[in-house]
Design a protein around this ligand. Sequence first.
Ligand code: NAD
Length: 320
Amino acid sequence: MWVVPESEIAGLMTPEAAFEAVEAVFAAMARGDARNFPVVREAIGHEDALYGFKGGFDGAGMTLGLKAGGYWPNNQKRGLINHQSTVFLFDPDTGRVSAAVGGNLLTALRTAAASAVSSKYLAPQGARVLGMIGAGHQSAFQMRAAVRFGQFEKVIGWNPNPEMLSRLADTAAELGLPFEAVDLPQLGTEADVIISITSAFEPLLLDEHVTGPTHIAAMGTDTRGKQELDPALVARARLFTDEVAQSVSIGEFQHVAAQKTVSANDITALGHVILGNHPGRGDAEVTIFDGTGVGLQDLAVASAVVKLAKQQGKAIQIEI
Ligand code: NAD
């Protein structure tokens, strides 16, 4: 099997490769060529950790495997990031393990790629102002991907903990864009594309905050009980997701599904828009992409990085 260490990922994986891998796998899911397996996510009763597995099989890309890992909230005290994961790939012909790949940076890149893919297909014409809600570890990756694949001229941002906003200011400066810290009503009025990436358990962005043509990539909610958006805002928007079943169970749309203001039939998998089977934004004022994070995204970027690592002599081969 091949091992690609976490330390090599930054030098191997490009935002373009992540974007292409995620766009392709969303399309494969919509064609029915690829499917995610049910997610396992458990509180282990130690270190307040959430641990689990996200797996799947992509019969078009011939990628089989799982990502194992989760969220350790006390890791920062140890100088580690809170999300820890490893991707394992298996040979679909034999079941033999074929690769172990560090999954931390890949998770950030594939999550950022998913929201960037959603903006490619759903952002209003001429989107120039990017609004960021959240200033944690993921937010910088989200901003970088949005700016790389969009045509933004300004970034505005809000975070429940204002002392963290320097991350957004620094990232915008790195990208050569002006940054302004704003309140949520200003963010919802000015931003053409909004990315929310927090660990909130209550709505932050309210219906009355959002005016004009807007695309919202809701990326933070990936567990039962989490919530970033006002259900009234969700109910009036045109809704898209990576995978409908995950969206209504652990994603942002779990709340409107529970309230029965939205049903699974009202939500479109983004892959159908990518394939041209759905018009996407159409005449909707607000579109929302619920990025719940599917295992196939992890497998797609891991498979891409194994190929790059082998080409560049950076993969380690071991017998198991
Ligand atoms: P982080 O711990 O570095 O930052 C957390 C962010 O959420 C900060 O902006 C913080 O101010 C805010 N926050 C924390 N607790 C909050 C609360 N109770 N209410 C409102 N805001 C709160 O985390 P991160 O690595 O940046 O990840 C952010 C979120 O994204 C997490 O919830 C994580 O589970 C989720 N995530 C989703 C995916 C996906 O595929 N959808 C992938 C990775 C991470």
